[in-house]
Design a protein around this ligand. Structure first.
Ligand code: CU
Length: 167
Protein backbone atom coordinates (compact mmCIF):
# COMPACT_ATOMS: atom_id res chain seq x y z
CA UNK A 1 0.00 0.00 0.00
CA UNK A 2 2.79 2.31 0.91
CA UNK A 3 4.63 1.49 -2.32
CA UNK A 4 1.47 1.97 -4.37
CA UNK A 5 0.89 5.38 -2.80
CA UNK A 6 4.41 6.40 -3.64
CA UNK A 7 4.05 5.23 -7.22
CA UNK A 8 0.80 7.10 -7.54
CA UNK A 9 2.35 10.18 -5.95
CA UNK A 10 5.35 10.01 -8.24
CA UNK A 11 3.04 9.81 -11.22
CA UNK A 12 1.02 12.84 -10.12
CA UNK A 13 3.87 14.77 -8.60
CA UNK A 14 6.11 14.44 -11.65
CA UNK A 15 5.11 17.78 -13.30
CA UNK A 16 5.38 19.52 -9.93
CA UNK A 17 8.85 18.05 -9.50
CA UNK A 18 9.66 19.28 -12.98
CA UNK A 19 8.48 22.76 -12.07
CA UNK A 20 10.49 22.82 -8.86
CA UNK A 21 13.54 21.94 -10.96
CA UNK A 22 12.81 25.14 -12.84
CA UNK A 23 12.12 27.23 -9.72
CA UNK A 24 15.21 26.11 -7.81
CA UNK A 25 17.74 28.04 -9.94
CA UNK A 26 15.35 31.03 -10.11
CA UNK A 27 15.17 31.03 -6.32
CA UNK A 28 18.95 30.73 -6.10
CA UNK A 29 19.43 33.67 -8.46
CA UNK A 30 16.82 35.70 -6.56
CA UNK A 31 18.63 34.89 -3.31
CA UNK A 32 21.92 36.04 -4.84
CA UNK A 33 20.32 39.31 -5.91
CA UNK A 34 18.84 39.76 -2.43
CA UNK A 35 22.27 39.26 -0.84
CA UNK A 36 23.85 41.66 -3.34
CA UNK A 37 21.14 44.27 -2.68
CA UNK A 38 21.58 43.90 1.09
CA UNK A 39 25.36 44.23 0.69
CA UNK A 40 24.84 47.35 -1.42
CA UNK A 41 22.60 48.88 1.25
CA UNK A 42 24.92 47.99 4.12
CA UNK A 43 28.06 49.09 2.34
CA UNK A 44 29.32 52.31 3.94
CA UNK A 45 29.15 55.35 1.70
CA UNK A 46 32.61 56.50 0.66
CA UNK A 47 33.53 60.09 1.49
CA UNK A 48 35.35 61.73 -1.39
CA UNK A 49 36.59 65.18 -0.28
CA UNK A 50 38.01 67.12 -3.21
CA UNK A 51 40.69 69.78 -2.70
CA UNK A 52 39.79 73.46 -2.38
CA UNK A 53 38.99 75.09 -5.72
CA UNK A 54 41.79 77.66 -5.91
CA UNK A 55 42.05 80.75 -8.03
CA UNK A 56 38.32 81.36 -8.25
CA UNK A 57 36.20 83.50 -5.97
CA UNK A 58 32.42 83.10 -6.01
CA UNK A 59 31.91 86.74 -5.05
CA UNK A 60 33.61 87.74 -8.33
CA UNK A 61 32.85 84.99 -10.83
CA UNK A 62 31.33 81.62 -11.72
CA UNK A 63 33.57 78.80 -10.51
CA UNK A 64 34.00 75.31 -11.91
CA UNK A 65 35.42 72.06 -10.59
CA UNK A 66 36.04 68.62 -12.08
CA UNK A 67 34.36 65.61 -10.47
CA UNK A 68 36.39 62.42 -9.82
CA UNK A 69 34.41 60.31 -12.32
CA UNK A 70 34.67 62.72 -15.22
CA UNK A 71 31.79 65.05 -14.40
CA UNK A 72 31.96 68.77 -13.88
CA UNK A 73 30.39 71.39 -11.60
CA UNK A 74 29.66 75.03 -12.28
CA UNK A 75 28.73 77.12 -9.25
CA UNK A 76 27.42 80.69 -9.26
CA UNK A 77 26.31 83.01 -6.45
CA UNK A 78 24.20 86.08 -7.03
CA UNK A 79 24.28 88.96 -6.53
CA UNK A 80 28.01 89.59 -7.05
CA UNK A 81 29.60 91.05 -4.99
CA UNK A 82 27.84 89.31 -2.12
CA UNK A 83 26.23 91.72 0.34
CA UNK A 84 26.90 91.66 4.06
CA UNK A 85 23.26 90.83 4.74
CA UNK A 86 20.33 89.85 2.60
CA UNK A 87 19.39 86.94 0.40
CA UNK A 88 21.85 85.26 -1.95
CA UNK A 89 20.98 82.92 -4.81
CA UNK A 90 22.97 79.73 -5.38
CA UNK A 91 22.95 78.14 -8.84
CA UNK A 92 24.73 74.91 -9.59
CA UNK A 93 25.04 73.00 -12.83
CA UNK A 94 26.23 69.40 -12.79
CA UNK A 95 27.47 67.75 -16.00
CA UNK A 96 28.31 64.07 -16.39
CA UNK A 97 26.84 62.96 -13.06
CA UNK A 98 23.36 62.50 -11.64
CA UNK A 99 23.56 63.29 -7.93
CA UNK A 100 20.70 61.95 -5.78
CA UNK A 101 20.97 65.06 -3.61
CA UNK A 102 22.90 68.32 -3.53
CA UNK A 103 23.54 70.40 -0.42
CA UNK A 104 25.81 73.32 0.22
CA UNK A 105 27.55 74.12 3.50
CA UNK A 106 28.74 77.58 4.52
CA UNK A 107 31.51 77.95 7.07
CA UNK A 108 33.64 80.87 8.16
CA UNK A 109 37.30 80.41 7.19
CA UNK A 110 38.94 82.64 9.81
CA UNK A 111 35.99 82.92 12.14
CA UNK A 112 33.59 80.36 13.55
CA UNK A 113 30.14 81.24 12.29
CA UNK A 114 28.71 77.77 12.88
CA UNK A 115 27.75 75.58 9.95
CA UNK A 116 24.98 76.83 7.75
CA UNK A 117 23.62 74.24 5.29
CA UNK A 118 20.98 74.42 2.59
CA UNK A 119 19.62 71.75 0.25
CA UNK A 120 19.51 72.70 -3.42
CA UNK A 121 16.38 71.91 -5.40
CA UNK A 122 16.83 70.00 -8.66
CA UNK A 123 15.55 71.38 -11.96
CA UNK A 124 15.88 70.11 -15.53
CA UNK A 125 19.23 69.90 -17.30
CA UNK A 126 21.35 69.09 -14.25
CA UNK A 127 20.53 72.42 -12.64
CA UNK A 128 20.18 72.90 -8.89
CA UNK A 129 19.31 76.06 -7.04
CA UNK A 130 18.61 77.51 -3.64
CA UNK A 131 18.44 80.75 -1.76
CA UNK A 132 19.92 81.64 1.60
CA UNK A 133 20.88 84.47 3.87
CA UNK A 134 24.25 84.09 5.53
CA UNK A 135 24.66 84.83 9.23
CA UNK A 136 25.65 88.50 9.53
CA UNK A 137 29.30 88.99 10.43
CA UNK A 138 30.23 91.62 13.02
CA UNK A 139 33.42 92.53 11.18
CA UNK A 140 31.60 93.30 7.93
CA UNK A 141 33.88 91.74 5.35
CA UNK A 142 34.43 88.06 5.80
CA UNK A 143 35.93 85.04 4.06
CA UNK A 144 33.70 81.99 3.69
CA UNK A 145 34.04 78.46 2.45
CA UNK A 146 31.08 77.08 0.50
CA UNK A 147 31.25 73.29 0.22
CA UNK A 148 29.09 71.56 -2.36
CA UNK A 149 27.99 68.15 -1.09
CA UNK A 150 26.86 65.65 -3.70
CA UNK A 151 25.47 62.17 -3.24
CA UNK A 152 26.68 60.37 -6.35
CA UNK A 153 26.12 56.61 -6.37
CA UNK A 154 27.75 55.30 -3.17
CA UNK A 155 29.95 58.38 -2.85
CA UNK A 156 29.58 61.55 -0.79
CA UNK A 157 31.59 63.99 -2.87
CA UNK A 158 32.44 67.36 -1.29
CA UNK A 159 33.87 70.29 -3.24
CA UNK A 160 35.00 73.38 -1.29
CA UNK A 161 34.97 76.87 -2.86
CA UNK A 162 35.86 80.26 -1.37
CA UNK A 163 34.18 83.64 -1.39
CA UNK A 164 34.01 86.88 0.52
CA UNK A 165 30.86 88.58 1.75
CA UNK A 166 30.33 92.25 2.57
CA UNK A 167 32.54 93.37 -0.30
CU1 CU B 1 32.40 86.59 10.62
Amino acid sequence: MHGVDNDAMNGIVFPVGDRSNFYAPVAAVAAMFAVAAAGWLWLPRADVPLPLVEGCRLDHEVCTAALPDGGRLELAFEPRPIPKAGPMRVSLRVEGAQPASVDIDFQGVEMNMGVHRIALAAAAGGRYSGETTLPVCVTGRMLWQATVLLEVGRKNVSVPFRFESGG
